[in-house]
Ligand binder design. Structure first.
Ligand SMILES: C[S@@+](CC[C@H](N)C(=O)[O-])C[C@H]1O[C@@H](n2cnc3c(N)ncnc32)[C@H](O)[C@@H]1O
Length: 284
């Protein structure tokens, strides 16, 4: 079979399987199997594909038809223009989370122009930590997670992006084994409510780790724990910057307001116009 014929066949199977983007999925998976860029597929459209490559490709297509996210099948995902490795041990980094990175950089440049240390709680693949380390060259980052396996992957991503020299990895439940003080704490914590989890798309529910997603009955439990615990781990005027889910801002804002250790409480919208990041400054 040629590349064109294979793409056609894969597109048909993916469409029948309900993929929302069958042509794109077919191309991304084939490019990965052949070890070429997507654009190269068109230059080689009439090239015959070796039987073992074809079989590996159709296996990958079958995984996608069963709902597995493309990022897990190809083992990588772009975040902040960095290519990160992803496995089923970690959440696939989302474009929404780039709003956390943007706000963290904005606040760091405003308040702490030189150095200082940032804590990324629940680092997962290391997406936020690696992105911040790539932008803030005088800053060191502590990347923590409760999952040892996630931390192994985060370290791999730090090495691959040349940021490992400034990132330290700690396995801990939130702040438990941390004694240092930070100028900023960033986090994309689990924030899905138990009820909402049951109706998530199967591609998320069946493949991404539950521990990375579910917060508790309300969805804002981790935000509450971060607001409660962060002041003792932040320097005076240090910032807490957290990703929030749709409809969570009012509750998170109230939690900040009811805890009198915070000021400059604010929300940042993502590119789609949804409230996505809640941030506040520890009073001095
Ligand atoms: C929503 S994922 C975010 C991953 C990554 N930061 C990102 O933005 O793609 C939440 C992460 O928090 C971690 N986590 C869950 N409970 C935790 C806890 N009690 N303490 C530390 N990390 C935790 C999970 O293992 C997961 O990696």
């Amino acid at each position: 079979m040629t590349i064109t014929e294979l793409l056609h066949e894969a597109g048909r199977r993916l469409r029948k399987g309900g993929s929302p983007s069958p042509s794109l999925d077919a191309e991304v998976l084939l490019a990965r199997c052949l070890g070429v860029e997507r654009i190269d597929l068109y230059a080689r459209a009439d090239l015959a594909v070796e039987p073992d490559q074809r079989n590996r490709y159709l296996d990958a297509v079958a995984r996608r038809v069963k709902g597995e996210p493309v990022a897990y099948i190809v083992g990588k995902k772009e975040f902040w223009s960095l290519e990160l490795a992803v496995t089923a041990d970690t959440l696939i980094p989302r474009p929404d989370t780039e709003t956390v990175v943007e706000e963290a950089i904005r606040l760091m440049k405003r308040g702490f122009p030189r150095g200082g240390s940032i804590l990324d709680v629940g680092t997962g693949s290391g997406a936020i930590a690696v992105a911040l380390a790539s932008e803030l060259e005088e800053t060191t980052i502590t990347a923590s997670d409760i999952s040892e396996r996630a931390l192994l992957l985060a370290r791999e991503n730090a090495i691959a992006t040349g940021t490992a020299g400034r990132i330290f990895f700690v396995c801990t439940d939130l702040f438990e084994s941390l004694t240092e003080k930070f100028v900023m704490i960033v986090s994309n914590p689990p924030y899905i409510a138990e009820e909402a989890y049951r109706i998530l798309p199967p591609g998320v529910r069946c493949f991404e780790p539950e521990k990375a997603l579910i917060a508790g009955p309300r969805g804002t439990e981790f935000h509450g724990r971060l607001i409660e615990g962060a002041p003792s781990r932040l320097c005076d005027n240090g910032w807490l910057v957290m990703e929030i889910g749709d409809g969570q801002w009012n509750e998170v804002e109230s939690m900040f307001q009811n805890d009198h250790r915070w000021d400059c409480i604010h929300v940042v919208r993502d590119l789609a116009g949804n409230d996505r990041v809640a941030a506040a400054r520890r009073r001095s």
